[in-house]
Design a protein around this ligand. Structure first.
Ligand SMILES: [Zn+2]
Ligand SMILES: [Zn+2]
Length: 152
């Protein structure tokens, strides 16, 4: 029975030859794609998976507001109901980004030297959170970032 592999270029799962299996990056990006399906936004659904150096998942997150809060998919987000250009006016959005939701469910020690797998490049705000949390590597389907931890 063929298994599946994450296609880094097209952001989809594809079949994989028998007796082979995906590498760690393909494995966790595939999981991030599954997590993104829970994203509560009309504009984009994003998934994040926080993984320790031992290749164990510490936390997951998708974009959405607080539990019981407004839903973008139900038309309750003023930003996404307006015509603002992509990547702007995040302050007017009701949602917490996927990366931030994953970090909120992780302990500080989980983040040290960890890798965050996400389904799209991080925004500037999330990049700051990721660096401040002590995460070393960020990886998404078409790119990656590495932060060296130099504490003076
Ligand atoms: Zn939205
Ligand atoms: Zn963000």
């Amino acid at each position: 029975m063929p298994t599946t592999e994450y296609d880094l270029v097209h952001g989809t799962l594809r079949s994989y030859p028998q007796q082979q299996r995906p590498g760690w990056d393909e494995y966790f990006l595939g999981i991030a794609t599954a997590v993104a399906a829970r994203g509560d936004c009309l504009r984009s659904q994003v998934g994040a998976v926080l993984v320790g150096g031992d290749h164990r998942i510490r936390a997951t997150g998708y974009n959405g507001s607080e539990p019981g809060g407004p839903s973008c998919l139900r038309g309750e987000c003023a930003r996404c109901q307006s015509q603002v250009p992509a990547g702007t006016a995040y302050d007017e959005c009701v949602e917490t980004h996927a990366e931030a939701n994953a970090l909120l469910h992780a302990a500080w020690s989980d983040c040290q030297g960890a890798t965050l797998y996400i389904t799209r490049p991080p925004c500037q705000g999330c990049s700051k959170l990721i660096r401040s949390a002590g995460i070393d590597h960020v990886l998404w389907p078409q790119g990656a970032l590495s932060f060296t931890q130099e504490v003076a």
